[in-house]
Design a protein around this ligand. Structure first.
Ligand code: TAP
Length: 463
């Protein structure tokens, strides 16, 4: 078999592994295997590319793979679960940057040698790689800076606002046309600069709290840029993998928007919390909030047969997943049915709760999606809400003026008793009070999520 055929076969194998890997990611039980298969596909693709283009020797490839593996292990084991979105943002940025660089080096040397005739089938993907890649690069690093709080996470109003962006978009289209029809270095560099500015000004006005949606969208862009780069260098595996990333990123963005009952334009150009008048915290809570203690909750748990645990962002902040699993195991030993109700946007990134609970070895069959658990909420003896707020706020159902009106929520208020574990009555991401905390059947167990649940575990062991 010729080297070319081996490389083609490797590309085919890598593409199949990407697709099978993605399929694995559709269920928590198969997600880890799916991830490994995709990573193997990527390794095969990278090695095949290096052989195909004879860029590096086998030893150099192995050294590169070794360095990448060490860096990957360090990053994966040291990054805090709460910092995942910014890590993904940085990865997207690097992906976009790589597309821009590959597109530039594919065309610039020829321009400098005086070439003027390029087929449109080459220059169009070059322009697309540069525009989408540069927007992804700068937009992702602004998202990274906002999430890491290196710059204000609040929406920043840019003078000129949408008009400036429209101007930059039109300039990108004009420069792209110039580059495609009459390839030259000035158009190439100007396009890179304008698209970089466009990425910055598109993301700067968006609030830090909406960044996960933006990161998912930029992830999709990084895939589209990679796919365009695949056309530039005639590499099929890059076209396939880029399209897969582009499509899955777009699907994810749409799922996140739907789960928040917001449209993508509202996320990109609106501000979360811009609803009508809603009641103030004083009006909602005054004199109606009842607090409880771990000992009391342990006593309550004595007579229950079904407990639904609702994890939220605070569970991730407190890192309470192991404590909660221990508590669930204790209840399981007493023949109590324990289920976890997972809201699609609980936490700050897609699948946040699934990842945390999987890390603590919570059995997958105990994880229930919102749509599955809601119709059964009335038969739950106890709903234990840990560090969740917006995703259990009944205002979404009852107040059409609320900024979260229409957002599907987990109906914990319908359970016989609700215990909410959080440190105070502070609002969640949407910044609005939650009448659940003042409901007749609700009790607040104030404290850090992990500490409170560890105390509950001790109380359960003693009871
Ligand atoms: P939030 O509504 O943000 O509420 C989290 C609660 O956790 C806070 O009220 C906070 O109250 C509590 N908390 C923080 N640290 C804690 C600790 N150490 N121990 C105990 N509690 C702690 O979270 P949620 O219910 O998970 O909802 C997620 C929100 O994020 C939604 O509004 C969603 O639209 C938005 N969002 C999510 C995503 C994705 S993809 N997941 C993307 C964009 C936006 P205290 O300060 O009183 O403790």
């Amino acid at each position: 078999m010729t080297t070319e055929n081996i490389v083609r076969l490797a590309y085919l194998l890598a593409s199949v592994l990407f697709i099978v890997g993605l399929k694995g990611l559709t269920h928590p039980r198969t997600a880890v295997r799916g991830n490994r298969l995709s990573a193997l596909g990527m390794l095969i693709a990278v090695v095949a590319v290096l052989f195909q283009y004879e860029i590096l020797s086998a030893t150099e490839i192995l050294i590169g793979v070794g360095i990448g593996t060490v860096l990957g292990i360090i990053l994966a084991t040291t990054v805090a679960m709460t910092s995942m979105p910014e890590l993904v943002a940085a990865f997207n940025g690097f992906g976009g940057g790589a597309s821009v660089l590959v597109a530039i080096v594919s065309v610039l040397p020829f321009i400098e040698l005086g070439a003027t005739e390029f087929p449109l089938l080459f220059t169009i993907p070059v322009a697309a790689s540069v525009v989408i890649g540069a927007v992804t690069l700068s937009g992702s690093f602004i998202a990274f800076a906002k999430l890491k709080e290196l710059m204000s996470g609040n929406p920043i109003r840019v003078p000129g606002g949408p008009f400036l962006n429209l101007l930059l978009l039109l300039a990108s289209v004009g420069l792209s046309a110039w580059l495609c029809i009459e390839p030259n270095a000035t158009a190439l560099w100007a396009l890179t600069g304008v698209a970089t500015l466009l990425g910055i000004f598109l993301v700067v006005p968006i609030g830090g709290a909406d960044m996960p949606v933006v990161v998912a969208l930029l992830n999709s862009y990084s895939g589209l840029a990679a796919s365009a780069t695949g056309f530039v260098i005639g590499n099929s595996v890059l076209i396939i993998s880029g399209s897969l990333v582009g499509a899955s990123g777009l699907i994810l963005t749409s799922i996140m928007c739907k789960a928040m009952n917001r449209s993508l334009p509202n996320v990109l150009f609106g501000v979360m919390g811009e609803g009508g008048e809603t009641a103030s915290a004083d009006e909602v809570y005054a004199g109606k909030v009842k607090s409880t203690s771990p000992d009391e909750v342990a006593m309550m748990m004595d007579g229950v047969s079904r407990v639904v645990i609702v994890p939220g962002y605070g569970l991730a902040v407190a890192q309470a997943q192991h404590a909660i699993r221990d508590m669930a195991n204790l209840l399981g030993e007493r023949d109590v049915t324990v289920e976890y109700a997972i809201h699609p946007v609980a936490g700050r990134m897609p699948g946040h709760m699934n990842v945390l609970l999987a890390e603590a070895d919570v059995p997958y069959d105990q994880l229930k999606e919102m749509d599955e658990i809601n119709p059964t909420m009335e038969t739950a003896d106890l709903a234990l809400v840990i560090g969740a707020n917006d995703v259990v706020n009944p205002l979404a159902r009852t107040d059409p003026n609320s900024p979260i009106a229409g957002m599907p929520v987990i109906d914990v208020d319908k359970a016989r008793t609700v215990v909410v574990v959080k440190r105070s009555l502070s609002p969640g991401y949407a910044g609005i009070p939650n009448p659940l905390f003042a409901a007749d059947n609700a009790l607040m167990m104030f404290g850090d999520g992990k500490k409170a649940i560890l105390e509950l575990v001790s109380a359960l062991k003693e009871s």
